[in-house]
Design a protein around this ligand. Structure first.
Ligand code: NAD
Length: 478
């Protein structure tokens, strides 16, 4: 762990970090004790209150750019660490590092270009509208994109002038340990960036700490609800990026080959362990049979294997526990009466957590496999007959993270997009996050947005300072 500018050994329980492609232990780490969580929070508080960090934008911008350069230089090392720890194919890990570098640079540029806003008011006074850092931020992320999702929080939090205590997932701490080594090299003031390791207990100690001013959390919806309640106790600011069950709509005028190609990418990138994964494919009934035929033919060709092999297109899922959870959902789907058209079998190295991508048909909207987030390589395919039905099905879950629409008629697609209750809608595409555009969910997929200017605003408090240049009494009382 890294607390107050020093590397320290965790005093909590020790934990084995597993390579999901082989089930082998690749590192041993120790969790933080609750006392160490407390020390990290106080180190961050001291750095916020007693250093120039929160005031000196140009220093911060310079350090973030240096960190971006170091990270870029370490792309291959970071990508290999990420693939070994998460099981994601190496080409996907390289993308994550690239996007993390872009995120750092974007927020350095954005914060540098900000101007304070001054306005003359009706009564002749001047108002200064500024935005200030919130204070000490707890940043908590899951295991599916450890480096990238961490950076979506870390870059804007630091750019805005906050200090942070960062907690990666207990399953995937390795890339952020490496990132912390790079951050140490750029020389931020001690306590600005603290890394603590551990699972639920450590996370709980962090979000319930009274000196934390803001919690930014990415993870499951149930954990998010719990954290929301916890934060209410001391009115902490809170951002929640939670689960999804996102639909991809294929209209009757879509090109089937293109739609299938994007559906594979939308559904099975990172083994389907993506919050916005297109896990519900809604296909116009006139195309359904052709779509299914082409989808299953392409599925059978996906190269599943070792994440570090350059030709691998799909790796293992994150853990044995998660593999079993996905398999349980596959059984639930079958017992609910759905047809498992393809996949859902273990494959590859028997010690690794490999599963062939699964497709369910003959599903209906109330089935658990349609309503609940499986977070793995499992999709359902449902036919629809008209636009209205497609929208009803698309909106018919508690989630609202993302959606995709395939149609040659972009005007129609835009009309449908406007009625989808989702934070991101891709038309004739899927999955790409743009660092300039907001990311987050409607409904139970979360609160607030990351990325873009919204992502910076999430780490700032607006302040109004009203200035009266001419001294005169108000004379309100006699
Ligand atoms: P999780 O909720 O189990 O854990 C996420 C993080 O929260 C981990 O670091 C964990 O240690 C920590 N945590 C657990 N209990 C806590 C508590 N009581 N207090 C504080 N911290 C606690 O989620 P997961 O299984 O790691 O990740 C999968 C989930 O993340 C999926 O639901 C997925 O949709 C979601 N996700 C959302 C987005 C998004 O942008 N909306 C992105 C990626 C993943």
């Amino acid at each position: 762990m890294y607390v107050g500018g020093k590397w320290v050994e965790g005093k909590g329980e020790s934990r084995a970090i597993i390579d999901p492609s082989s089930g082998k232990v690749i590192a041993e780490i120790s969790d933080a004790s609750s006392e160490q969580v407390n020390e990290a929070v106080w180190a961050a508080k001291k750095a916020f209150e007693k250093t120039e960090w929160s005031q000196n934008t140009s220093d911060r911008v310079g350090l973030l750019r240096q960190l971006a350069a170091l990270l870029e230089h370490s792309t291959e090392a970071l990508a290999r660490i990420e693939s070994r720890n998460t099981g994601k194919p190496i080409r996907e890990s390289r993308l994550d590092v690239h996007d993390a570098v872009a995120c750092l640079r974007y927020y350095a540029d954005l914060v540098e270009s900000r101007r304070e806003y001054q306005k003359e008011m009706n009564d002749g006074t001047y108002s200064l509208i500024t935005e200030e850092p919130i204070g000490v931020c707890a940043l908590i992320v899951p295991w599916n994109f450890p480096l990238l999702l961490g950076m979506w929080k870390l870059a804007p939090a630091l750019a805005a002038g906050n200090t942070v205590v960062f907690k990666p997932s207990e399953l995937t701490p390795l890339s952020f340990i490496k990132l912390t080594e790079l951050a140490e090299k750029v020389g931020m003031p001690d306590g600005v960036f603290n890394l603590i390791l551990g699972g639920t207990e450590v996370g709980q100690a962090l979000v319930s700490h009274p000196e934390i001013d803001k919690v930014s959390f990415t993870g499951g919806t149930e954990t998010g609800k719990h954290i929301y309640r916890e934060c209410a106790k001391t009115m902490k600011r809170v951002s929640l990026e939670l689960g999804g069950k996102s639909p991809l709509l294929v209209f009757d005028d879509a090109d089937v080959d293109t739609a299938v190609d994007w559906a594979l990418y939308g559904s099975f990138f990172n083994q389907g362990q993506v919050c916005v994964a297109s896990s519900r494919l809604l296909v116009h009934h006139s195309l359904e049979q052709e779509f299914l035929k082409k989808l299953t033919a392409r599925l059978a060709k996906i190269r599943i294997g070792n994440p570090l092999d350059e030709s691998t297109e799909m790796g293992p899922v994150i853990s044995l526990q998660h593999l079993r959870k996905i398999e349980e959902f596959i059984q639930i789907g079958q017992s609910e009466g759905a047809t498992l058209l393809a996949g859902g079998q273990r494959t590859g190295d028997e010690n690794g957590y490999y599963l062939t991508p699964a497709v369910f048909t003959h599903v209906h909207q109330q089935m658990r496999i349609v309503q609940e987030e499986i977070f793995g390589p499992v999709v359902t395919v449902q036919p629809f007959y008209d636009e209205e039905e497609a929208i009803d099905l698309a909106n018919g879950t508690k989630y609202g993270l993302a959606a995709g629409i395939f149609s040659k008629d972009v005007e129609r697609a835009k009309r449908v997009a406007a009625r989808l209750r989702a934070g991101t809608v891709w038309i004739n595409g899927y999955h790409t996050p743009y660092v300039e555009a907001p990311w987050g969910g409607f409904k139970q997929s979360g609160i607030g947005r990351e990325l873009g200017p919204h992502g910076l605003a999430a780490f700032m408090e607006p302040k109004h300072t009203n200035i009266r240049h001419q001294l005169q009494p108000i004379g309100w009382y006699s």
